[in-house]
Structure formats: structure tokens, C-alpha cells
Design a protein around this ligand. Structure first.
Ligand code: SF4
Length: 380
């Protein structure tokens, strides 16, 4: 174990590390400047449990209804050897796909979060996926190949994370496209923008993982296309429709954030030597650590709360409470407009002319006083 790994293990305490999945890796891009999130995720700390123990449980995860609906739609799309999906791919990719072989690389257990190293089965499945992907890339003939449930691998904070997406990787003429199946509806050719953005980022995780695997095999990673195919139900029926999405932007954000996590040493500098987020439970199953102590430990790591955290991070309710007196809680545009003034109390005092601005605050203070005057006039 390296000293960094030892330090991360000490932060995590006596509980098993929580592994990433595509959703959690994608969420890392939501607030790349937050040290708290980067440190906790690098250490594999269960943020959901931490949030619950300090009294700010988040509401995350899909409902059972959404999971069942998603599974039913995926099964529908893959019926008859993916015949209907192939038709959609022909249309969207604009290339003839005369025939396609189908390889289902799934194997028990079919979970989205997979423990590496300790689970030899997953390592074997990953090796098998790698072998087939490499063979398809190097023996590219006229026949295309559909890979269902390939076991991908990506390094996150220096540790391998195995990902088993519900996706099909399509190889045509030596080029791969990631196909992501989602159950949110496209109505009148419009879909929920936030859901599309989340699907695009998750697909980018798979593109990055596939590129890494091919690169490791000495092949050109760019043969995995930055255009992914998103398949969703159309209108109010279960009829699938497909769209091409360019994920280059998501790829570069992901790379940046993963590189930052790989340099987790820099983030650990300056944290108290005895800092720990240990959630080990006592005989009654409840963590022995007091919530107040745990909250104090959290507060020693810098956070960068923004309202967007509410949909992307398990700690959002805690961080929102902590940031309640800061301008960051009002959103990035407000915080940026007030550049350098962190406290709402200071903002109000400057607006009311109760304190004199320092050199850095003059411009913002002028705007605040103007805004306060206009507000007073409007109310008068
Ligand atoms: S909720 Fe807190 S820990 Fe999570 S990203 Fe936002 S500021 Fe960071």
C-alpha cells in the first residue's frame, strides 16, 4: 500500500470502500472544484451514509417503478437479437449494416457496481470483453458486431473500477459506437434536457473506459467514436427512437476531473493528520461516531457548494446548510457577480451602506447600493 492509499484508508476508517459506477463517475463532473467531494470519492467513502448520519440524508437513486420500466424497455429494444435496434442504428449512423453478430458478455452477477480485485469473476469477464473488443477492432470485416453488457474498466483515483453497462457497443468496420438505452421518453422529438445531459456524461464514461482498454492493447483509442447513440422510448409508447449525441465536451471534463483525483496527494496536503470519516457500526448497527464529530470532520475539508449540487451529490443538504450564510448558496451567477464577497451579511451591509467597501469590493458595492435603491423605489 502506498502512503496515499494508507491515508485514504485512514480517512475511510474500518468500513469497506464504496466503488464507483458510471453514474457516480459522471457526477464527479458536476462540481469539479469541490475538494470535499474529490477527497471523499477518492477514499471510496459512502457519502450517502455520511449525510444520513449527520442528519442531512439526500434523496438519491431510482424508484422501483423507474427500474422496472427501464428493464422492460431495455428487453424490448434487445428483442429478436436486437433486430429493431439495428434498424434504428442503420438510420442514425447513416451506414448500411447488412448483418451483425451478437455477443452477450453478461455473466452472473449482473450488478452495476462491481468490486474489483476481490472478485475474480469480474476480472475474468473484463479480460473476455477486452479480448473480444480487440479482436473485433483488428479483424474488422464486412460483418459488424453488437456487444451486450461488456465489462469495462476505468482507473479512478488510482484504483480500477469495473463497469457493466446496460449498453451495446456496436463495431462497424473497425469503429465502435457506444449505444446507451434509457427509459425516459422523447415526446415530440424533445426530451428532458437534464436527463439527456446525464445520459451523455454516463456514455462518455463508457467511451473513456473503452478507449483506455483499446489503448492498453496498443490500438488507436480514437476508434471509439465520440458520437454515442442514445435510445429512448418515443412519445407515450414503448417504441424506441435513437439520436446521436456528441460527447467530446463531457469527455474532456471527465478527463480533467479524473486527472485531478489521480493527484489526490495534493488535495490531502493540509488536512488534519488524524482526520477520519469512520462509519464503523457498534453492536446495535449504528455508527459509533457521534454525528457532531462527523460533521466537524466534514467541515475541515473545503467544499464549493452550488445549488446544482442538489441533483448531483449525496452531501448536498449538509453543504447547503453549511453554506447558508454564504453567497455561494445563491448560485454561481450571483457568487461570480459578487466576486470576492463570500458572506450574505457583508452583502447586505454593503447594500445598506452600513460598512465601507475595501478596494476589492468597491465595484460590487456600487452595484449593490444601486440595486438596493431601485428595490426601495419599487416598493415605495
Ligand atoms: S454537495 Fe458538498 S461535497 Fe458535494 S459537490 Fe457540493 S459542495 Fe461538494
Amino acid at each position: 500500500m502506498t502512503s496515499t492509499e494508507q491515508r485514504l484508508a485512514a480517512l475511510r476508517g474500518r468500513v469497506a470502500p464504496r466503488r464507483h459506477n458510471a453514474r457516480t463517475i459522471a457526477a464527479l463532473t458536476g462540481n469539479p472544484g469541490c475538494t470535499r467531494r474529490a477527497v471523499l470519492d477518492s477514499a471510496g467513502i459512502d457519502k450517502q451514509r455520511i449525510a444520513a448520519h449527520v442528519g442531512y440524508p439526500g434523496r438519491f437513486g431510482q424508484s422501483q417503478f423507474a427500474i422496472t420500466r427501464g428493464n422492460a424497455f431495455e428487453a424490448r429494444v434487445k428483442e429478436n437479437g436486437c433486430a429493431e435496434l439495428l434498424d434504428l442504428l442503420r438510420q442514425r449512423l447513416g451506414v448500411p449494416i447488412p448483418e451483425a453478430s451478437y455477443d452477450d458478455l453478461a455473466g452472473p452477477p449482473a450488478t452495476d457496481i462491481v468490486q474489483p480485485a476481490v472478485d475474480g469473476g469480474n476480472a475474468e469477464r473484463h479480460a473476455r470483453s477486452m479480448e473480444l473488443l480487440v479482436r473485433a477492432a483488428t479483424d474488422a470485416g464486412p460483418t459488424s458486431t453488437l456487444f451486450d453488457h461488456p465489462m469495462l474498466r476505468l482507473d479512478v483515483a488510482g484504483r480500477p473500477v469495473y463497469l457493466e453497462p446496460d449498453l451495446i457497443a456496436l463495431q462497424i468496420g473497425g469503429r465502435f459506437h457506444v449505444v446507451e438505452i434509457k427509459s425516459f421518453a422523447v415526446i415530440d422529438e424533445q426530451a428532458d434536457a437534464a436527463k439527456v445531459a446525464a445520459a451523455a456524461t454516463q456514455s462518455a464514461v463508457y467511451v473513456l473506459a473503452m478507449r483506455g482498454m483499446l489503448e492498453q492493447a496498443g490500438l488507436d483509442p480514437e476508434i471509439v467514436s465520440h458520437e454515442v447513440v442514445l435510445v429512448c422510448p418515443r412519445d407515450f409508447a414503448n417504441q424506441p427512437t435513437a439520436a446521436l449525441i456528441d460527447v467530446r465536451k463531457q469527455l474532456s471534463t471527465l478527463r480533467r476531473q479524473l486527472t485531478r483525483m489521480a493527484r489526490v496527494d495534493d488535495l490531502l496536503v493540509g488536512l488534519p493528520a488524524d482526520l477520519s470519516f469512520d462509519l464503523a457500526a457498534g453492536a446495535d448497527g449504528v455508527p459509533t461516531r457521534s454525528p457532531a464529530e462527523l460533521a466537524a470532520a466534514l467541515s475541515t475539508v473545503d467544499a464549493r457548494y452550488a445549488p446544482e449540487c442538489l441533483s448531483a451529490c449525496e452531501l448536498s443538504y449538509f453543504c447547503r446548510y453549511e453554506a447558508r450564510t454564504g453567497t455561494a448558496a445563491l448560485g454561481r451567477p450571483v457568487r461570480d457577480a459578487l466576486g470576492g464577497i463570500d458572506s450574505v451579511e457583508t452583502v447586505l451591509a454593503l447594500a445598506a451602506g452600513e460598512i465601507e467597501p475595501d478596494d476589492d469590493q468597491v465595484e460590487a458595492a456600487l452595484r449593490l447600493r444601486t440595486a438596493a435603491r431601485l428595490r426601495a423605489e419599487a416598493f415605495a
